[in-house]
Write a protein that binds this ligand. Structure first.
Ligand SMILES: Nc1ncnc2c1ncn2[C@@H]1O[C@H](COP(=O)(O)OP(=O)(O)OP(=O)(O)O)[C@@H](O)[C@H]1O
Ligand SMILES: [Mg+2]
Length: 225
């Protein structure tokens, strides 16, 4: 279960505080595949970062798999995130001097016990699944945007997380690669994972089982998928 309880967050902007999230509550159980839509600036990425244990809210509680994430000390929270949550950043955040393979493998550095050989095989399988075999030893700067995006998704899936939070993971992909990525997200949910997908893409929203709409830091309506 992933739950947000009355979560609020303001940023300090040049012209005063910006209320990016306003008392948002949300509960997602295993096997759910939920999309989030809404205009630019409505707080989608903020919601995802907070839900993923990456940014502490000003108030409210975030519980992931029965753990109050922001109550954990920072190093324990990092390990917890590494083992439990896969995150695809809107700007990918790949390491520029590492190859595709090493970027994907970097996810395993955050977890406690790793069978190096097994994790390497899994990384290669994911790279292959997302059509990147021919790019495995390339660094991000030499990849297309869509290839970087798929690398970020492979990295997010490496540790077999229970939760996958993805910020516009199909934003730069053609129809075929979008379908490839959406198939992977749907399969992840079918096997008991929880997917929270921020997207502007209709093709992506259609695959989600339901879509939440955000506006001005609020979740508006839940449209059953
Ligand atoms: N680090 C920051 N400092 C100040 N203001 C910020 C910061 N990050 C986001 N904001 C503001 O908070 C609001 C919500 O931003 P957020 O990135 O969550 O929106 P979004 O819905 O993801 O938008 P987009 O669809 O363009 O990615 C916006 O008004 C944005 O300008
Ligand atoms: Mg965003």
């Amino acid at each position: 279960m992933l739950s947000l309880d009355n979560v609020s967050k303001s940023y300090v902007g040049a012209s005063g505080p910006v209320r990016a999230l306003d008392t948002v509550s949300l509960e997602l159980g295993p096997g759910r595949f939920v999309g989030i839509q809404g205009p630019s600036g409505c707080g989608k990425s903020t919601l995802l970062l907070i839900a993923g244990g990456l940014m502490r809210p000003d108030s409210g509680e975030v519980r992931i798999a029965d753990t109050d994430v922001y109550a954990l000390p920072p190093d324990e929270r990092a390990t917890f995130r590494g083992e439990t949550i896969g995150f695809v950043f809107q700007q990918f955040h790949l390491v520029p001097y590492l190859s595709v393979l090493d970027n994907v493998l970097a996810a395993s550095l955050a977890i406690r016990s790793v069978d190096r050989e097994k994790v390497r095989e899994r990384a290669k399988r994911l790279i292959d699944r997302f059509g990147l075999s021919g790019r495995m030893h390339h660094v991000p700067g030499t990849l297309s945007t869509g290839e970087r995006q798929r690398t970020a998704l492979a990295r997010a899936l490496l540790n077999e997380p229970r939760f996958l939070l993805a910020d516009e993971p199909t934003g730069n992909l053609d129809r075929e690669n979008t379908a490839l990525v959406l198939d992977a997200l749907a399969e992840f949910a079918e096997t008991g994972g929880t997917v929270l997908l921020v997207t502007h893409d209709e093709q992506a929203a259609e695959r989600a089982e339901s879509v939440l709409t955000m506006q001005h830091g609020h979740i508006n309506v839940a449209v059953p998928g």
